[in-house]
Design a protein around this ligand. Sequence first.
Ligand code: AHR
Length: 698
Amino acid sequence: MKINSTLRLTLLLTLAVPVVAPAQTDTNNAALAAAAANAVSETTNAPDATAPASNAIPVLQIKADQVAAKVSPTLYGLMTEEINYSYEGGLYGELVRNRSFKANPTNVLFWNTVGGAAICLDTNQPLNAALNVSLKLDATKASEKSPAGIANDGYWGIPVRPSTTYHASFYARGKHFPGALTVRIESADGQKVLASATVPKISGQWRKYEVTLTTGAVEPSKENRLVISTVTPGTFFHKHGTVWFQQVSLFPPTYADRANGNRPDLMQLLADMHPKFLRFPGGNYLEGNFLWTRFNWKNTIGDVARRPGHQDDAWGYWSTDGMGLLEFLNWCEDLKMEPVLAVFAGYALRHDYVKPGPDLEPYVQEALEEIEYVTGGTNTVWGARRAQDGHPVPFALRYVEVGNEDEFDRSGSYDGRFTQFYDAIKAKYPGLQVIATAKTKTREPDVIDEHYYRSQEEMEAHAHDYDQRSRGGKTKVFVGEWATRVGSPTPNMAGALGDAAWMTGMERNSDLVIMSCYAPLFVNVSDLGKGRSMQWKTDLIGYNALNSYGSPAYYAQKMFSTHHGDEVLATDSQGIPTYTWQPPARRNRDGAAQPPPKQEVPTLFFNATRDSGSGTIYLKVVNRQGTPQPVKIAISGATAVEPEGTATVLKANSPNDTNSVQEPAKIVPVAEKADGLGTDFTREFPPYSITVLELKAK
Ligand code: AHR
């Protein structure tokens, strides 16, 4: 079946399982029964119009002597793909846009001329088979007064900071051109030179040239450009000098000083979440629209000047593949995350699937070789290649995911494709856990990847789904993409509240839900028109060329991922208020819209975990209402709880409140001393709030 990304989203939403009223569970049955009993009829589905069902104070009971489950140590991780300029124009440090001139086969995109220069693409002077085009500069009109050259504005600007060293490099060859070339970072209008260096001589053969550019006491800014220019029109005898360029690059300092590395501020935001794994390389980006635009890992390794790049047609822009397989693995290493490697499984978004059997075998082999590149010793073919690429030590790998959202392959081929991959992977790597992305019949996957993109109300209505999921088989759950899609470009407080409600459910059930990751992770917010810097709304972290910020949902997640302990405690509750929600009508086969029955949805969500080492209990409470919510908390099975603890609170005045590049810290968690705690106490939870209470129990 042919399917594009927009259609896929539509299908995803249309096919979403109808919302059912949260059912009763071991740990929360009393809460939900009480919630249903207390339901009032005059509530609405508007997030800010909810009202408690009665004046009785809800009771949360924590049974400190009953461990309901272990918290999966890998519960919170990251999902990533090239979407919304996540790497190029995002995490990947490169500042030059279209550095290899391959973004468009006929036009020189994102490059301008300065002085009287003329430029064009030239396929007659390729650098190599991968970078098989170059930029031809005619310097004939260059003069001392009017240097001629090329200029690049970067990804919506080139960020400049004071006293900072940038590394510029390019390949060039000249004809009737002796040099010199001046490399500058200058203001976009050319009025201010912020850093400058000179390459004195250009060879008649392709050579790589490298310079460092160091800024002085400049103001941080992003309205800048990189310019390479000359005052020399040509040699003494031939005043028509020509220079060809390829792989023109500018790197700022990177996280952990990695060559070809990542942007430090974004890496720090991720590091602060303490993520345990990275799911890569996609998402739709793994699949591409066609077999030949899939993430073809072999084209993403080795010298960046020999990587051909490819059209990221899932999201509509060129990728140089500077962020390749080894870069993903280095990213894991830098943040101490384990890789969750998704392998291409013979299904592209707009292409017929590859039939299981001999036709699929090359893709199975490609996946096995990819696993060998990641994990193999240097005595293996692909392990040796990884060593040659700079990383002799194999990476630890436990999880391999076969495809992405393969339920969209309506041919039903996934069962056969999964079986072929599963058998081959298990035969060669019996220790690996294999993740399926759709239901299978022939093989029981170790893990199944489930995706949820929902409104706040849907997230809340589903927050207890996993309480009822059968624990019968061996298959664990990986919630490999999820988000409350409220707010753009990044989620607002309503999004954070929906997420937090959902996370209480995943955490409570993390014997089953062993991994989860929000998606998408990143968005470049520089140009929010359709098809520009954002392809998908509601992304966890936003940035422009210079600055970055975490959304309220980012902070909600950080609160959960840094306070989860290792044991889920049994809980119970009474008197949880609810609101009435009308789930949206979905079209049936005849096109008629049928409104499903209304539902009672809790307005308060909670979960209790414990750090078995210290005894600290983490009680997470989400109040989605616009009014303060007093709650009685009763802890049984603990000898005592110290009267003082810590409350980390994320709250807003309105569910629409949000963070942005201009106001990056409008909504951030605040840790405060909490007193009056004990085995039995009442605490008021603020309107629109997410709280982690740290209780020191004995
Ligand atoms: O996260 C955005 C997209 O949503 C992913 O690429 C895809 O897997 C899903 O449909």
